[in-house]
Design a protein around this ligand. Structure first.
Ligand code: SF4
Length: 243
């Protein structure tokens, strides 16, 4: 998920103290639509999606190079220059202390965006009242999630997070990465039906991006997004953007 790394890593302290910051993308125009933002990357994601382009952020431990107080000091100098801070990963919601970090960023006057796979519905629900925008990855039909993430039961957790987010009317983008080796037409039709049932009316289909991907088979395999299929999907989710 998220942008290419420049990079910032957050590692939860063992206590509920604020995260430790290890890197930073100081300026982005693509990680929060319509806003100029800094991007904070968090270390750790339990998923093992084949198309992941931030695989170095999957392990739970990583090197820390910047303190949270340093990043807060830097953000103080960005008031009036940046609109927002986007938390990205890895999977940011794996960190319970993310809520404290978000509150501190908001107290400086910045909007806060989050990129998430929705794997932790309870933690995500606690964050929702403080989020201005969410980029939410829907990876597969819910029953097929373990094929993508390698985590049993992950589809049910993502569905719960998605329902909680939609019930709060949080501004969001629901997006799916498309590679024909991983999702076929039947999968996408089933996803469209499931998304409609939940109340999704806008869906972004993202072409697989080989940058940073470590899966040589995926990189070597051709993949397309078929226009006729997209037209069929629009019967269920009317507003589909392909990018
Ligand atoms: S959810 Fe998948 S794509 Fe996103 S960081 Fe984790 S492994 Fe990578």
């Amino acid at each position: 998920m998220g942008a290419a790394l420049h990079r910032l890593i957050i590692i939860d302290n063992k206590s509920m103290s604020l995260p430790t910051v290890a890197g930073l993308s100081k300026f982005s125009t693509v990680d929060y639509p319509g806003y100029l933002c800094a991007v904070i990357y968090t270390q750790g994601c339990p998923c093992r999606c084949r198309y992941c382009h931030n695989t170095s952020l999957q392990p739970g431990q990583g090197s820390s190079v910047m303190s949270w107080s340093t990043i807060m000091g830097w953000l103080t100098t960005r008031k009036g220059l940046l609109d927002a801070v986007t938390f990205c990963g890895g999977e940011p919601t794996v960190h319970k202390s993310l809520l404290l970090a978000i509150k501190q960023v908001k107290a400086l006057g910045f909007n806060v965006a989050l990129h998430t796979s929705g794997l932790y519905p309870h933690n995500f629900a606690n964050l929702l009242p403080h989020l201005d925008w969410v980029g939410f990855d829907v990876k597969a039909p819910f029953a097929r999630y373990p094929d993508i993430t390698r985590i049993p039961g992950s589809g049910g957790k993502v569905k719960e997070s998605l329902e909680r987010m939609l019930s709060r009317n949080v501004s969001c983008e629901i997006r799916t990465t498309i590679h024909n080796t991983i999702l076929n037409g039947a999968d996408l039709v089933l996803m469209a039906q499931e998304l409609r049932m939940i109340g999704v009316s806008r869906w972004v289909l993202q072409r697989f991006n080989k940058a940073g991907c470590a899966d040589l088979e995926l990189i070597a395999s051709p993949t397309t997004i078929d226009g006729d299929l997209v037209a069929r999907l629009r019967a269920y989710v009317p507003n589909i953007l392909v990018r």
